[in-house]
Design a protein around this ligand. Structure first.
Ligand code: DQA
Length: 142
């Protein structure tokens, strides 16, 4: 029972980056909570952040081969641009949950389209860091 959490570009700045949009919690705060939650559920979890599209793709490709059952991904700005991340996720057989801290549908039009949603089994937006916790609960309930 293994889950991979991927955070895309600029999410390393959480806590100080537009806190009115993304909240005051740091990425470390969020990941620490997820590690705790996963441990309670008896799941193995890895949380990774990258500012590089290719590194996110490498991590998704590695998850195909190492028994990862689910990927929880906040692709950040790559959500709206990356056919390559969509293709990598399409090659992954497990569950995919897409998470956005903010409600992207309430924001600029360019944030309304998600390539990743063409693959995601579930999408959570606008719940802040609670979205990751809800996604992990859903994965572990499976
Ligand atoms: C985001 C929304 C994206 O539009 C934006 O580029 C991000 C974060 C979110 O979590 O709300 O970097 O994915």
């Amino acid at each position: 029972h293994k889950v991979l959490v991927l955070h895309g570009p600029n999410l390393n700045l959480l806590g100080t980056r537009q806190p009115e949009v993304y909240g005051r919690e740091t990425l470390e705060d969020i990941d620490n909570g997820l590690y705790e939650q996963a441990a309670l559920g008896g799941w193995e979890i890895t949380c990774r952040q990258s500012n590089h599209e290719g590194e996110l793709i490498d991590l998704i490709q590695a998850a195909r081969l190492d028994g990862t059952a689910a990927i929880i991904i906040n692709p950040a700005a790559y959500t709206h641009t990356s056919v390559a991340i969509l293709d990598a996720l399409n090659a992954f057989d497990g569950r995919v949950i897409e998470v956005h801290l903010s409600n992207v549908h309430k924001r600029e039009a360019f944030r309304h389209h998600s390539y990743v949603s063409l693959r995601a089994d579930g999408v959570i937006a606008g719940l802040g860091s609670q979205g990751y916790r809800a996604a992990l609960d859903a994965v572990m309930a499976d």
